[in-house]
Design a protein. Sequence first.
Length: 383
Amino acid sequence: MNQTYEVAIIGAGVFGAWTAYQLQRSGRQVVLIDAYGPGNSRSSSGDESRIMRMGYGADEIYTRSARHSLKIWKEFSANCGEQLFHQTGVLWLAHEDDPYAMKTKETLLRAGIPLEELTTDAIARRYPQLGRERISWALLEPEAGVLMARRAVRAVARATIAAGGTFVQAAIAKPSGTAKLSHLMTSDGERILAAVYVFACGPWLPKLFPALLGDRIHPTRQEVFYFGVPPGDGRFQEPALPTWIDFKDEAYGLPDIEGRGLKVAIDHHGEPFDPDNGDRVVCSKGLAEVRRYLAQRVPAMKDAPVIESRVCQYENTSNGDFLIDRHPEFENVWLVGGGSGHGFKHGPVIGEYVAARVNGDDAVVEPRFSLGTKREQQSRTVY
């Protein structure tokens, strides 16, 4: 049986869901396809929460994108009647020699984004829960916060269907052919035909296009821990505690939101990871590393129980820039990925950008997103 659409989007993570939503609203007849479903636990858009911040060092392109995305996220949240954003503020903890924090400050000021610089004494008064070892100052983004990731992706997928789009839960075979992709074949024998195909399937991109992307996108194993806060203790909830980023220590933390516990993770890249078959049980080494960090940064939580843990994945391009470009061998295929651990917040803008490109608006082309800028050697510069 054949099913025909104008645009097929493969991957119902944050990039795919927002692309489907924007294309459906633009008048295209869209099908959104995912092997496991929107917001599933194997996806890079799974888990409960993601940081929504505008700070990006000197990378003003991402600062402005994040600001615009936050506006859309808030509007969408209000329209769907579900709280998808918590304005916790995001606190950048800066060391004495911290050029990234300084560049972040300069870029936020240039973009007109509210910020507040805090001394260590001010940090101690406002956030006594946070240890200040090796911290010289801090930068607070008061309008930033946390997106409820899994729920948000599902809400965008539902909105796409409500607007007339179609969702199909199915695995697909590797695309084949030359010049123009004629169809997709699902695992249950269905043929899906479309004029345009958008592959926004994150860590599955190198599996579907191994010759092209096998050395350009590298999924890695990332561990996340949620720690139980003391009963009746509001010190670790919003607004008493903001989201924080320890850039030089490659760590971040989120306050206890919606009763899930204090979320803490180490941000450096883990081992290579298979999103289908990788074991998603955290290791004792990873927990020990996080506990050492907690003892330094949130001393009162150093012995707190782990109430939830997850193994997810980043899907890193060589430099951390997104990949949004045509497939060099298929004129009707677009590749969208490279979220690299920082992409979730940009979902609405990615959706707008891809929809514009698919609809023929070449005036919006961003060279940094091209396939040609993605090398085989890893040298990440965007965080």
